[in-house]
Design a protein around this ligand. Structure first.
Ligand SMILES: [Zn+2]
Length: 296
């Protein structure tokens, strides 16, 4: 039986002991595919179309206020996926709705063996996985089709461990973020739902054999540095900032700080631009995108 253990956090346990897996959608409220996959997963379990035979499955919506608003966060600059410092539950202060929601979700992340947090990008991108890279991680993310894995072992993204996958890793689990594509593209809901069910089958939670998806060879990338927005402003050079995975070579001018082209941002390695921010998500002192390099 599926039970709601906290607001929009559900648990269903099998009769046999087994792994604990959490599936999250809507940690960013405008990223629709993950939200719909969680909704469908819950409906299929409630109707009995699929059942959990062993282990425990948690499914949850992330940022409830942001989902209602169809926005990234509950307010300007708010971000649930930067709200999970490793010692979250030891801290007293709750500054925002995101802080509060992170505390509600933290216990299931701490308990989980695997967490799959479904995201999507605000600029076009092929689907990709963001997590640490190891055989154990690959055994979980192989069910999610992609040709690229983005790792961030030095915590460039948040400056310190603050994302759901990083929080999971800090508490002994495997944390995976699956970027399903563009935020408002809902054409992959069925496919991503199948990906999730295949992982659950592979780990024995759901009965039946997983259906092997097409084999992908993955290129592994590592985030090297952010481009930080200064009060002077920033604009990308034409051809950059429009999508993730734009390739550049050493010496390429990627953009300019300042309207009058005062200070160029020049690449000092061969790499790619990832997570370029649209205008509305740019905030002073915060990244407008990240530079990553291939490491395999
Ligand atoms: Zn996201």
């Amino acid at each position: 039986m599926i039970e709601e253990i906290d607001e929009s956090v559900w648990r269903v346990s099998g009769a046999i002991h087994g792994p604990i897996i959490t599936i999250l959608g809507g940690v960013h409220g405008n990223e629709r595919t993950g939200i719909e996959v969680v909704r469908r997963l819950r409906a299929e379990i409630e109707s009995g179309s699929i059942s959990v035979a062993s282990g425990t499955l948690y499914i949850a919506f992330g940022n409830l206020k942001a989902i209602e608003l169809n926005k990234r966060g509950s307010g300007i600059g708010r971000d649930l996926n930067r709200s999970f410092p490793t010692n979250l539950l030891d801290q007293d202060s709750v500054d925002s709705y995101e802080d509060q929601r992170a505390r509600e979700l933290a216990p299931i992340l701490q308990e989980s063996d695997i967490v799959v947090d479904m995201h999507a990008t605000n600029k076009p991108s092929e689907p990709f996985v963001a997590c640490l890279h190891s055989d154990k991680h690959a055994d979980a993310y192989r069910w999610f089709p992609c040709t690229k894995v983005l790792t961030d072992p030095r915590f460039v993204l948040g400056g310190r461990p603050v994302t759901t996958d990083e929080y999971t890793e800090a508490h002994g689990g495997i944390g995976i973020c699956y970027e399903t594509g563009l935020a408002w593209d809902v054409s992959r809901i069925d496919e991503v739902y199948d990906n999730v069910v295949n992982l659950l089958r592979h780990k024995g939670l759901v009965a039946g054999n997983p259906i092997e998806s097409r084999k992908c060879t993955q290129d592994i990338f590592e985030i090297v540095e952010p481009i930080i927005l200064t009060p002077a402003g920033f604009r990308y050079t034409e051809g950059f900032g429009e999508r993730s995975w734009e390739r550049f070579t050493t010496g390429t001018t990627l953009g300019w700080h300042g309207e009058g082209k005062e200070k160029p941002v020049t690449a000092n390695f061969d790499g790619v631009v990832v997570f370029p921010k649209p205008e509305e998500n740019r905030h002073n002192g915060m990244p407008v995108g990240y530079l990553a390099k291939q490491v395999n």
